[in-house]
Design a protein around this ligand. Structure first.
Ligand SMILES: [Fe+2]
Length: 193
């Protein structure tokens, strides 16, 4: 029957096999997302998914690290930095949402794990950790952009986030300059213990 052939061809074209007459197709793992994701993206698709998952782990780390910084910051600077760090945690969460959704869209499985966080009760040290965190993010998104290659929409998606990560670097660089990083006497945070 001609209509059946049409259905079969369409299913084959998008990486599925027809299940009209039977249950699970033999030899086909329908839970394996990369079967579909490889269509249209070629060999580099897994590489970009892997890199996006590394980024996702980094963003989840940011959610925890900045939240923790917000919780424990003490002294008069708490008035300023508790909300600043919480905002950064929210930014990381927003990026995690975007990247997790994108990984799923590309046919990957978003990771729900994170790396170790860095924490300190000394504000300048926290600012230094934050600066390094944002710099690492810039590096990771830049690498993802390289892997995205000719996929313009994905490049733009990543560039939008990269811009915010670079703003984070710029902001922490200025904050560290202002607190005299590396000089104990110029660091008001050290008084908070
Ligand atoms: Fe981020």
């Amino acid at each position: 029957m001609r209509s059946s052939e049409t259905v079969f061809d369409l299913a084959a074209a998008i990486g599925m096999v027809p299940t009209v007459f039977s249950g699970t197709p033999a030899g086909k793992d329908i839970n394996k997302p990369t079967d579909v994701s490889k269509k249209g993206f070629g060999m580099s698709n897994q590489a970009i998914i892997d890199q996006l998952n590394e980024i996702l782990k980094h963003e989840w780390t940011g959610v925890a690290q900045y939240s923790q910084a917000s919780f424990i910051v003490e002294g008069v600077w708490r008035e300023v930095y508790a909300s600043k760090f919480l905002d950064d945690a929210k930014e990381s969460f927003g990026h995690a949402q975007l990247v997790g959704d994108k990984i799923a869209s590309l046919g990957g499985v978003p990771l729900a794990t994170r790396n170790e966080i860095r924490q300190s009760r000394e504000l300048t040290e926290v600012l230094q950790f934050s600066m390094e965190f944002e710099s690492k993010a810039v590096e990771m998104y830049s690498k993802a952009i390289d892997l995205a290659g000719e996929n313009r929409a994905l490049v733009i998606f990543l560039e939008d986030i990269l811009k915010e990560e670079q703003e984070g670097v710029d902001e922490y660089a200025k904050l560290l300059r202002n607190t005299g990083s590396g000089s104990e006497s110029a660091n008001p945070a050290r008084q908070t213990g």
